[in-house]
Design a protein around this ligand. Structure first.
Ligand code: ATP
Ligand code: MG
Length: 314
């Protein structure tokens, strides 16, 4: 049974060919690329040699097959990656703006993933689990929230560490029930992996150190603040360590945060301390942005090690 487990969306992504391409004008796209934040996360975990499994649902279609084949060949446990007739595999379209921002159209809510529910969570699957990772982007309906709640209660019973990346958009925080669920996860998680912006949105506190201490006082053990091209900072009760970004040419930022999370958790599972885990995660995030396509940015242990070695020679 896997050491690291996640639950949530698997989808395909189509990327607009041109910068500033509008969705309301007919244009060209490339794809389908395998995608979905939890899928990218677990792919990164497995590529680093850590056993990882995803609980997800796709449709009986070739977009589902594309994801299944990729995850399986990268070493992800697919025991509870299932195919259903209830919906088609989710789809996202992305277009990059001149300033680096992205526009998305998601077809997810009515997709196969939306049918994930409490019956998809099998307690025995968590027998060897050390880390259960939650992506905020997966919590888009009550069925999935109930499934996540069940997994949290299994994790608590078995002393499994719960990690949480809010992966949220500002608009979604207007939803009161979503906000309450995020607060519930914050009470239960041990490792929190927000971006700078998400940390502010979730705590409502402008000053970073104040918000960090507010969360550490709740009982969260480690917080890693991801800062895109500005690197990252890892905090625990007594320490704060900042990692400068590794200089790379950014081709496609989608998925960097998920690769970062996967590497951080994989290294903790291997027994490394948080500082070492963050060092490698910072490198995996940098590698991810140099490659086009959301899941194309995941790297093997050898790639991350060689990338870090090449940096220290400069
Ligand atoms: P998303 O949710 O969109 O995948 P995120 O906000 O969770 O992203 P980012 O902060 O964008 O995550 O990226 C994660 C990490 O990857 C950063 O903290 C940093 O370590 C690394 N990284 C991201 N972009 C760059 C970059 N342009 N150059 C170097 N490192 C980067
Ligand atoms: Mg993120």
């Amino acid at each position: 049974m896997p050491h690291v487990i996640t639950i949530g969306e698997v989808l395909v992504e189509f990327m607009a060919k041109n910068i500033d391409q509008k969705f309301y004008i007919t244009g060209e796209f490339t794809g389908p690329y395998p995608s979905g934040a939890p899928a990218i996360f677990i792919d990164q975990v497995a590529k680093l040699g850590t056993s990882g499994g995803i609980i997800s649902k796709v449709g009986f279609d070739d977009f589902g097959k594309l994801n299944y084949d990729r995850l399986k060949s990268d070493g992800v446990d697919v025991k509870y990656f299932s195919f259903t007739n209830e919906g088609a595999t989710g789809v996202a379209f992305v277009s990059y703006k001149n300033n680096g921002d992205r526009d998305f159209i998601f077809h997810l809510k009515n997709s196969a993933t939306g049918f994930l529910n409490i019956d998809d969570i099998h307690e025995e699957y968590f027998d060897d689990c050390n880390f259960y990772h939650i992506m905020g982007s997966s919590l888009f309906n009550d069925n999935i929230r109930n499934a996540v709640e069940k997994a949290i209660s299994i994790a608590k019973k078995n002393n499994i560490k719960i990690s949480f990346d809010p992966n949220l958009r500002k608009e979604i925080l207007q939803d009161e029930s979503y906000k309450n669920f995020i607060n519930y996860i914050l009470e239960e998680c041990h490792i929190f992996l927000p971006s700078e912006e998400e940390l502010k949105l979730i705590t409502g506190i402008e000053d970073e150190e104040t918000s960090i201490h507010f969360l550490l006082d709740k009982g969260i053990e480690y917080i890693v603040v991801k800062r895109g091209k500005k690197g990252c900072t890892v905090y625990d009760k007594n320490n704060k360590v900042t990692f400068a970004p590794i200089k790379v040419e950014e081709i496609d930022p989608t998925g960097a945060g998920d690769c970062f999370d996967g590497t951080f958790i994989s290294f903790l599972d291997k027994g490394f301390d948080v500082k070492t885990a963050a060092l490698y995660a910072n490198a995996a995030g940098a590698i991810a942005v140099t490659r086009k396509g959301p899941m194309e940015g995941t790297s093997t242990l050898r790639e991350v090690e060689e990338f870090l070695k090449s940096q220290s020679n400069i």
